[in-house]
Design a binder for this molecule. Structure first.
Ligand code: SAM
Length: 195
């Protein structure tokens, strides 16, 4: 009898869904399952939740979020090969509340989403040793461009919008968002738009 490992039982089991080179990137660049479980429960309290992951990578947070909650998860990602392999896994698992889109965040509008996940995605423009690969262009100008777009979009969201940030400095979030919880030594911050 062939027994199949539950891909959500551990990070190693999840990574095993992907090609080997992803396993090496995963610990540093993609959200661990225990973090995704807490962040997604906050962002998607019910089936009406529509959550966006800005810089979704291979879709680990979105896929895990759709497993742990009843919400709908969309990931946007600039690296086309990540979108391709992530969507292949989504199809293989038969998941219907998760999708990955290939686009740059500067071309994307967050209106209509009720929850936002952000794992410090623009950081690779500041610390070049942390880049995922050498295929993209990196610069402090791009960091500033992406961050300005992020702040403008955050300010335009409805009151009640939920935001989860991971490994992000608190100073980058507008004062209209109230910090409601922190986890993992402040690395995961959960926010609510109140004004
Ligand atoms: C730290 S990884 C996080 C992946 C995913 N959110 C997770 O938690 O598993 C950041 C991702 O953001 C993507 N990214 C960075 N800047 C982006 C931009 N301007 N538009 C779209 N994706 C971007 C990178 O290509 C990378 O895959």
């Amino acid at each position: 009898m062939i027994t199949q490992t539950d891909p959500f039982s551990s990070d190693a089991a999840f990574d095993a869904l992907f090609p080997i080179y992803i396993h090496e990137l995963s610990p540093l660049h993609f959200t661990a399952l225990h973090v995704a479980q807490i962040a997604s429960a906050f962002l998607a309290p019910d089936e009406n939740a529509r959550v966006i992951d800005i810089g979704a990578g291979i879709g680990k947070f979105c896929i895990a979020g759709s497993h742990f909650t009843k919400g709908h998860f969309t990931g946007i990602e600039q690296r086309q090969h990540f979108v391709r392999i992530g969507n292949k896994v989504i199809k293989r698992l038969g998941l219907d509340r998760v999708e990955l889109l290939h686009c740059n965040f500067t071309d994307f509008n967050l209106q209509g989403y009720t929850g936002i996940y952000f794992y410090n995605s623009f950081h690779e423009n500041l610390v070049f040793s942390d880049v995922l690969d050498k295929k993209e262009e990196f610069s402090t100008e791009l960091y500033e461009l992406y961050t300005a777009h992020f702040l403008k979009q955050l300010n335009a969201m409805h009151i009640g919008t939920r935001l989860a940030t991971y490994w992000l400095d608190m100073t980058e979030i507008p004062g209209s968002y109230q910090l409601v919880e922190t986890h993992f030594g402040d690395k995961l911050k959960l926010w609510m738009k109140v004004g």
